[in-house]
Design a protein around this ligand. Structure first.
Ligand code: SAH
Length: 592
């Protein structure tokens, strides 16, 4: 909930606008300002004050408890010109809230968190927990001071600036191998040294106290398999899980999920234990678990639920290394144990984001695409598309660019980088799945990497919006490039579209060495459509030298078309109305 507080009449107007824009998410706190603020601060995750920053600083000061618990606070000035993220920029979400409030009120968001302002990834914004001296290490990163990256686990992190680097292999303070690291992994042990006095960014799932100038990133690397007999108390299940983690020197912050057998999906002790750990409960069918090879099978679960292992098999089901073999709970009253648990470290999975950049204009690049570009450590794409977004990349992003035609190699490179555990963005213009990189990349990719697709505005849509409403009824896209598709196949599809009276958008309509396909295709359509059928020719949609022409099947001059162009041919109902191309929806609008 977002609490809203205003002190003045003009502030009240903006406050009311925000409340009506977000009715379900906001609550207006009335009454004397101090009391209203105190209540909102206690009850809400975020607070927006239509008050001077000074006033809010004084109101908030006595209530502050810490970054992790305080709500995010945004101040909007009386004139409604600025939305200032005052408190909780990251943890409280105030930076994002200031942007959102700015959008509703037409105010300029004011963000002063250094990492947001200068494109260094916020260490507390990576999507998993972080411990230690976040402020100090962030400052060192921003100041360009050398910072050691000690990655005990390979994990797909976003790009870090060049002053954050892994120690040379074999150098003093190099990352220990996992067995070495685990060997000394007891709480309270002296943390592993970085390079001398350098601040350290450590990626680890071991329990360790961060040193003075160190942050420890806690990626979700651990899966805890659990079994429990009917009625097992939550304290017994949770106690066993916590004991097992502690005994192995593993951090509870790195647990990504509890796993068990379907039959225990509603077992209260397990459900509640997952809830208290703040992780999802994943369940598997008994047959699936029975097929997993485990070191410690036993007869009891076989009889009860149909698999010789629950805890170990559920933990190992998604692959990984068994760090803690099956353990049973110990009961003070000497009765038989009711819970079992086993812990597995999942191998890191690389992350491949397939990102459509839209047709060209920056404001047609989606916010999600922008986030993915900044989430990536490696960017793979055609050089001209890389140029389109270079300014958005975080410092330190590795760019692998290639020229036209190297699609398969690009796809293979992107997948190989992801397989190596990195965060990769593979980019394409328009939508990356439309005559572009998504298919060759996913044809290469196995189930050992995570894939995220970000849709983009494809050329047919960008052109459609410029032409009017040509795609108002059934339509099809056809690429006239016969590089990967034999002409006979293309021709068959054009004929089918002609017969089916579909609106057709031609991609790759014409290139220097390929000039007869477009006239041929138009002739095929003309067998079923009048010479006056509207045709839209859009070149470089949303780019600086954009051009839009509306013509007809009979009048189109193929020489005016090139590879930067899409050609949209109407169906038999499409009309030119007031200079715009309109295809009726064809529904009967009135009464049935
Ligand atoms: N993935 C892209 C299409 C790649 S095929 C997308 O979704 O848009 C390349 C063809 O797309 C070009 O030959 C041209 O026909 C078309 N195209 C791409 N961007 C365009 C733009 N901005 N304006 C007009 N046509 C464009």
């Amino acid at each position: 909930m977002i609490g809203l507080i205003s002190g003045t009449k003009s502030g009240g107007g903006a406050c009311a606008r925000l409340a009506s824009a977000w009715p379900a998410r906001t609550r207006v706190y009335e009454g004397p300002v101090r009391e209203a603020f105190e209540r909102a601060f206690r009850e809400c995750e975020q607070v927006v004050c239509f008050l001077a920053t000074g006033a809010v600083v004084r109101l908030a000061a006595p209530l502050l408890a810490g970054k992790a618990v305080d709500p995010g606070v945004v101040c909007v000035d009386e004139g409604g010109r600025f939305a200032v993220a005052l408190l909780g920029g990251h943890a409280g979400g105030a930076n994002a809230l200031a942007r959102a409030v700015g959008e509703v009120l037409g105010a300029e968001p004011v963000i002063t968190t250094a990492t947001d302002a200068v494109a260094v990834p916020g260490l507390d914004m990576l999507g998993f927990p972080v411990e230690g001296d976040v402020a100090g290490v962030t400052r060192a990163m921003l100041d360009g001071e050398p910072v050691a990256l000690e990655a005990e686990l390979v994990w797909p992190l976003p790009a870090l600036p060049s002053n954050v680097s892994a120690p040379e292999a074999g150098a003093a303070g190099a990352v220990p191998t996992l067995p070495q690291a685990l060997g000394s992994a007891r709480a309270g042990d002296a943390p592993l040294a970085g390079r001398g006095e350098e601040p350290v960014v450590r990626v680890s799932d071991r329990t360790l106290e961060p040193a003075l100038r160190e942050v420890v990133l806690r990626p979700p690397s651990l899966v805890v398999g659990v079994g429990a007999s009917k009625g097992a108390p939550v304290d017994e299940v949770l106690g066993l899980v916590r004991d097992s983690l502690r005994g192995a020197g593993l951090s509870a912050l790195c647990v990504r999920e509890l796993a068990t057998v379907d039959a225990k999906r509603d077992e209260a002790g397990i459900v509640e234990a997952a809830g208290r750990l703040g992780v999802p409960l994943v369940t598997y069918a008994a047959e699936e678990l029975a097929a997993v090879e485990v070191p410690n099978p036993s007869g009891a679960p076989l009889a009860a639920v149909g698999t010789a292992s629950v805890a170990e098999a559920a933990a190992l089901r998604g692959g990984g290394e068994l760090l803690v073999p099956k353990r049973k709970s110990e009961r003070a009253d000497g009765r038989p144990a009711m819970a079992t648990c086993a812990i597995v470290r999942r191998p890191a999975r690389g992350r491949l984001a397939v990102v459509g950049l839209g047709p060209g204009a920056r404001d047609l690049l989606t916010p999600r695409a922008r986030d993915e570009l900044r989430r990536a450590a490696v960017l793979v794409g055609l050089d001209q598309y890389v140029d389109q977004v270079r300014d958005l990349l975080r410092p330190g992003t590795r760019v692998i660019e290639s020229g036209l035609g190297a699609e398969e190699e690009r796809a293979r490179t992107a997948v190989a980088e992801a397989r190596a555990g990195r965060a990769v963005a593979l980019i394409g213009s328009g939508d990356a799945g439309v005559y572009a990189m998504a298919s060759p990349a996913l044809a290469e990719a196995g189930d050992d990497i995570d894939v995220v697709g970000v849709p983009g505005v494809t050329a047919a849509l960008a052109a459609g919006a410029l032409l009017g409403a040509p795609l108002g009824h059934d339509h099809v896209s056809i690429s006239l490039s016969d590089l990967h598709t034999p002409w006979e196949v293309i021709e068959r599809r054009v004929r089918a579209a002609a017969e089916a009276d579909l609106v057709v958008t031609f991609y790759n309509p014409r290139s220097r060495g390929r000039d007869w396909q477009l006239p041929k295709s138009l002739a095929l359509l003309a067998e079923h459509r009048a010479p006056t059928t509207p045709v839209g020719v859009v070149r470089n949609a949303s780019r600086p030298d954009e051009s839009v022409r509306l013509t007809t099947l009979a009048a189109l001059d193929p020489d005016s078309v090139d590879m930067m162009t899409v050609v949209t041919v109407g169906n038999t109902a499409t009309r030119a109305i007031a200079g715009r191309m309109v295809t009726p929806r064809g529904y009967r609008w009135q009464g049935v």
